[in-house]
Design a protein around this ligand. Structure first.
Ligand SMILES: O=C([O-])CC(=O)C(=O)O
Ligand SMILES: [Mg+2]
Length: 238
């Protein structure tokens, strides 16, 4: 992967890659900057590749369709230029205009290789993907609503425009994290605070987990564990 050209340092990106998406969601809760029910993609946007780490990238956004040929289909070079307009590392975030009845995959071995060559780390789409074995082998993960057999008449409709994917409004350049659980947007001004928040969370969770593992699990010890977790800063979901 080439050097990052975006607003966040390579050190910070490396720290963020160590945090899984549930912890990112919890850390954002701790900051209390948006409702707990927002900012992450609906579960239909699933990991279709066996990933074991968190992938982080600035969003290259786009709208595609495969239902029919279009005289207004964009050129392949428009797509490559759109990628290069976004700092690296990049995460492709595509809305499929045919959603929810998606028919053709933009994604496969060829597109994955091209995107990887252009410093993209993966794709998140409410459309489909294919060539799953090859994607795994090349290390270019797919997060997608479904797996499709055909590419139909797939073509680009627009690049680097705001898109809604999985219920999240994504603008070009937004910071996206994805792992085996799914995908979440990290508000740019929260990124810097995330590693410390994740550490604070681990400390809060440890107050409960250590009691659960202590061999002395009672209503009373659990109540005290949750109280200790709250003293360490945990916010209740109740
Ligand atoms: O053919 C397509 O458009 C998608 C695909 O399978 C590939 O990129 O290999
Ligand atoms: Mg293919």
């Amino acid at each position: 992967m080439g050097a990052t050209t975006g607003p966040l340092s390579e050190e910070l990106l490396a720290q963020l890659r160590k945090i899984d998406t549930p912890t990112i969601a919890n850390a954002l809760e701790l900051m209390d900057i948006m409702p707990r029910t927002e900012g992450f993609m609906r579960p239909e946007i699933k990991s279709q590749s066996p990933v074991t780490e968190t992938y982080i990238g600035y969003a290259v956004t786009g709208v595609i369709s495969a239902r029919q040929k279009s005289p207004r289909a964009l050129e392949r070079s428009d797509y490559y230029k759109a990628i290069l307009d976004i700092p690296s590392p990049r995460m492709i975030v595509f809305h499929d205009l045919d959603y929810p009845a998606t028919v053709g995959s933009y994604w496969g071995e060829i597109q994955g290789n091209i995107a990887l060559g252009l410093d993209c780390v993966g794709v998140v789409t409410d459309g489909g993907v294919r060539d799953l074995k090859e994607a795994e082998e090349m290390g270019f993960p797919f997060w997608a609503k479904e797996v499709l057999v055909s590419h139909g008449y797939v073509h680009g409709v627009a690049y680097n425009v705001p898109v809604d994917v999985g219920g999240v409004y994504v603008e070009p350049g937004d910071l996206i994290a994805a792992d085996l659980h799914g995908a979440i947007m990290i508000p740019m001004d929260a990124a810097e605070r995330l590693p410390a928040a994740a550490e604070a969370l681990a400390n809060q969770e440890d107050a409960v987990i250590s009691v659960a593992q202590s061999g002395n699990v009672t209503v009373e010890t659990l109540a005290e564990a949750w109280a200790e977790s709250a003293r360490r800063g945990a916010k209740s979901s109740y």
